[in-house]
Design a protein around this ligand. Structure first.
Ligand SMILES: *Cc1c(COP(=O)(O)O)cnc(C)c1O
Length: 225
């Protein structure tokens, strides 16, 4: 099936309250354009150089979601155009995003990344840490970022019940934070969880944003990049 067919098929399956982020990392401009022509406007990318190149060649009404691991010294390249950063995993990174966004008089929407998987390699706050962080931080000192919710990735496993459990934990943390009266309470509404292999489970567990790549664009071939 083509990119646009995959996309339309997926849209039929996703409940209307869930936003679809089309993850186009490693994929060519022509694929993104095809998805755009089929109505898709939110795209997710993982690599700073790649997304910077792509956004210059594509329509300006695309919403770019940076979903990869982001080093503080690279934020300046994204700040002129990125709409969302999903993987905010430290105070240091948030401070830098705020600083760089301010230079462009922009407000960048951020999701705090929470580590829910068992693998060591995945980044993020622990659940306890993110709760403590939000309780003790005055986000009004960062007017150029908006804390819009949480993001997480489940373990890479065949064990459906484990995946479900991890998503459920993240939803639980999200609900606890929503009830906290911290500064961005009203905008704290997004829970980014679910990818090609596990988005249905994520949606059942309360996801509001799914990040889907290979189910739209086909498998990625990293060796040709
Ligand atoms: C690549 C990636 C995705 C999309 O993965 P698929 O399995 O291709 O849907 C989603 N989220 C993050 C953080 C990614 O790096």
């Amino acid at each position: 099936m083509s990119v646009s067919e995959n996309l339309l098929q997926l849209r039929r399956e996703i409940p209307p309250h869930v936003q679809l982020i089309a993850v186009s990392k490693t994929k060519p401009i022509s694929d993104i354009q095809e998805a755009y022509d089929a109505g898709q406007r939110a795209f997710g990318e993982n690599y700073v150089q790649e997304v910077s190149d792509k956004q210059q060649q594509l329509p300006t009404d695309i919403k770019w979601h940076f979903i990869g691991h982001l080093q503080s010294n690279k934020v300046k390249y994204l700040a002129p155009f990125v709409d969302w950063i999903h993987g905010v995993e430290s105070e240091k990174l948030l401070v830098e995003i705020n600083k760089q966004a301010a230079k462009h008089q922009r407000v960048i929407r951020c999701l705090l990344q929470v580590h829910i998987a068992t693998e060591e390699s995945k980044f993020g706050f622990d659940a306890e840490e993110v709760l403590a962080y939000c309780k003790t931080t005055d986000f009004s000192q960062y007017p150029n970022v908006l804390i819009c919710g949480l993001m997480g990735m489940a373990s890479f496993t065949e064990d459906i019940s484990q995946i479900r459990n991890e998503f459920r934990q993240l939803k639980n943390t999200f609900d606890q934070l929503k009830t906290l009266a911290f500064q961005h309470e009203t905008t704290f509404a997004e829970l980014s969880m679910g990818m090609s292999g596990d988005w249905k489970i994520a949606v059942e567990e309360g996801s509001t944003m799914i990040r889907v790549g290979s189910a739209i664009f086909g498998n990625r071939n990293y060796t040709t990049k």
